[in-house]
Design a protein around this ligand. Structure first.
Ligand code: 8DG
Ligand code: MG
Length: 132
């Protein structure tokens, strides 16, 4: 099975992260996600993330860095999530495609249902709270 490469943005402002709800009709629909999407053939992962965040939530990324790389097999689909931390952006995050989205405190992330591949992302974010 082909692996789908996905650019995923953990958008951070103070201790809050911006999450959106996937449409019911999509793969892993109805679950919360970190905004992002599939990399196109002519793009680097940085470009893909910047494009997706502009299209999906209307922000222009000015600072992004690698956070973690996750490979996950959903059975019907294999994904490689290139998760990047977004700590600088212009504009105000808001959903452009009508889905629900919101800023949530890192220590509240565990109350939301995410795709299974996201568990390690949440663990790392929550772990970072107690480190400093
Ligand atoms: N964006 C995003 N996708 C995730 C996360 N966790 C996770 O398993 N995925 C999976 C679900 C999908 O199979 C894939 C992302 O595909 P997508 O549907 O968002 O891609 P896209 O925005 O380019 O959408 P499309 O226009 O091709 O429909 O990655 C996450 O936190 N964010
Ligand atoms: Mg998407």
């Amino acid at each position: 099975m082909k692996i789908v490469e996905v650019a995923v943005g953990v958008i951070k402002s103070a201790n809050k992260i911006y999450i959106s709800k996937r449409s019911d009709d999509l793969h892993q629909g109805g679950k919360w996600e970190f905004p992002g999407g599939k990399r196109e053939a002519n793009e680097t992962i940085e470009q893909a993330l910047a494009r997706e965040l502009s299209e999906e939530i209307g922000i222009q990324v000015t600072k992004q860095s690698p956070f973690m790389l996750i490979e996950h097999d959903y059975g019907d689909k294999k994904v490689r999530l290139d998760v990047r931390l977004v700590e600088g952006f212009e504009g105000e995050a808001s959903h452009q495609e009508g889905q629900q989205s919101q800023w949530v405190e890192i220590n509240e992330l565990q109350q939301f249902t995410f795709p299974d591949a996201n568990k390690v992302i949440i663990d790392k974010l929550v772990g970072s709270l107690t480190e400093d």
